[in-house]
Design a protein around this ligand. Structure first.
Ligand SMILES: Cc1cc2nc3c(=O)[nH]c(=O)nc-3n(C[C@H](O)[C@H](O)[C@H](O)COP(=O)(O)OP(=O)(O)OC[C@H]3O[C@@H](n4cnc5c(N)ncnc54)[C@H](O)[C@@H]3O)c2cc1C
Length: 386
């Protein structure tokens, strides 16, 4: 089948959806996803989304992000993300996203390596709240057509310019010719045995980009999350959000001794856990929520509470076994501050791209924000160049 459109967006997570919503209502858009619409990592995000609470927090927000990233971040990109954060949150609220409130005001939480509470959240299902609302708005737009269970296999290239993509679904091959193409295909967790990501997220866009000589960056910068629920069953690892530690949960070794400051950056905590497991000859360490009031656990972390109960652990009464697992990819398809790749008319946004915000290690809750900010910038650039 041959199709023609203005913009083709590969991926229906937050990056893809927000790009689509940020383009004018008369732009013809085709979106595709390899799986069903709810199977994207964006739906899984638990902890929340960072925002610049007030001007006074700018320097600390910058420093926390840079420090977590081992100062390998592109400062310009971090600045753009922080400066755009309030606008993006405003957009989200406009699209119907609800964040938790305290005394009628937005409530903020804290996670590892944050010096201040600057994370907005919706219980422990922030990703579901944001992504489902964006998806609902996209479905209302008559200029957007979505193909589910349709996998991009290649991009179309003419004289070094991207002219669309080639994809496959149960009905056959689709050639989607487009003035602009946006790759928003998410992470690489599907390549790992233990990952918090959906298994169909296998970094397809990266392989395709490599084949076409498109610039890639920091392919070895992979984030291992310190705390996923230990299970003997194979498959996706269930994340125990960092905000649980932000609210006071602690880690114990097999002798019930603390061995690390739980609020250090993810890579440092993961390494400390690995060392402890090696030393003790164990396959996990313990996470204890004993210092968090039961009401906070039930109101802020209902999803984690329920999932652990299904696995046989009541987190209000007992420790849970946790183990580090692959979680996030900081590297990706190199993009500039407008989310443009090194190939003309080809953009990338979200986890598959590398705009340098996260440096060598992502600060918790910066990913949803970064995806949204740079998706919107891709849309703005596409519009500007029309
Ligand atoms: C368990 C978990 C918890 C998290 N918690 C947080 C959090 O609290 N805060 C935060 O900021 N970040 C969090 N993150 C990270 C964040 O959720 C992701 O980085 C972000 O949602 C990525 O969005 P995306 O749009 O780039 O990709 P995704 O949401 O993963 O979407 C990728 C899309 O691309 C499609 N796709 C992939 N390959 C192809 C192909 N070849 N053809 C067609 N379609 C394709 C997929 O089907 C999917 O629709 C979490 C991640 C996980 C896994």
């Amino acid at each position: 089948m041959e199709l023609e459109t203005d913009v083709v967006i590969v991926g229906t997570g937050v990056a893809g959806l927000f790009t689509a919503l940020s383009l004018p209502g008369d732009t013809r858009i085709i979106m595709l996803t390899k799986s069903d619409l709810e199977s994207s990592d964006s739906f899984l995000a638990q902890g929340g989304i960072c925002v610049l609470r007030d001007e006074k927090d700018y320097d600390d927000f910058m420093e926390d992000t840079m420090k977590a990233g081992h100062y390998e971040n592109r400062r310009e990109s971090v600045d753009i993300m922080i400066r755009s954060s309030r606008d993006v949150i405003h957009d989200l609220i406009g699209y119907g996203v609800e964040f938790d409130k305290k005394n009628g005001e937005l409530a903020y939480t804290k996670e590892g390596a944050h010096s201040k509470a600057r994370i907005l959240f919706h219980k422990d299902i922030t990703g579901r709240e944001i992504t489902s609302k964006l998806l609902a708005r996209v479905k209302e737009r008559s200029n957007i057509t979505i193909y589910e269970y349709t996998t991009m296999k290649d991009i179309l290239e003419e004289n070094g310019v991207c002219t669309g993509i080639q994809a496959e679904n149960a009905e056959g091959t689709l050639c989607i010719h487009a003035k602009n193409t946006v790759l928003a295909t998410g992470g690489i967790g599907g390549r790992y045995t233990h990952s918090t990501n959906f298994p169909h997220l296998t970094g397809d866009a990266l392989d395709i980009a490599k084949e076409h000589g498109i610039r890639l960056e920091h392919l070895d910068y992979v984030q291992i999350h310190p705390t996923t629920l230990y299970s003997k069953n194979p498959g996706r690892r269930f994340l125990i959000s960092e905000s649980v530690r932000g609210e006071g949960a602690v880690l114990y070794n097999k002798n019930k001794e603390r061995f690390v400051n739980e609020l250090l950056p993810r890579d440092v905590v993961s390494e400390a856990i690995h060392e402890e497991m090696k030393k003790d000859g164990t396959e996990y360490v313990w996470l204890s929520m004993e210092h968090i009031p039961k009401e906070t656990i039930l109101s802020h972390f209902p999803n984690i509470y329920k999932k652990c109960l299904e696995e046989g652990y009541d987190v209000t009464k007992e420790y849970i076994p946790v183990v580090p697992a692959q979680h996030y990819f900081m590297g990706g398809i190199w993009v500039n501050a407008d989310s443009r790749t090194s190939m003309e008319h080809l953009y990338a946004a979200g986890e598959t791209s590398c705009n340098g915000v996260h440096g060598k290690n992502r600060l918790a809750s910066n990913s949803l924000l970064e995806s949204l900010v740079f998706a919107k910038r891709a849309a703005a650039k596409i519009q500007e160049e029309e």
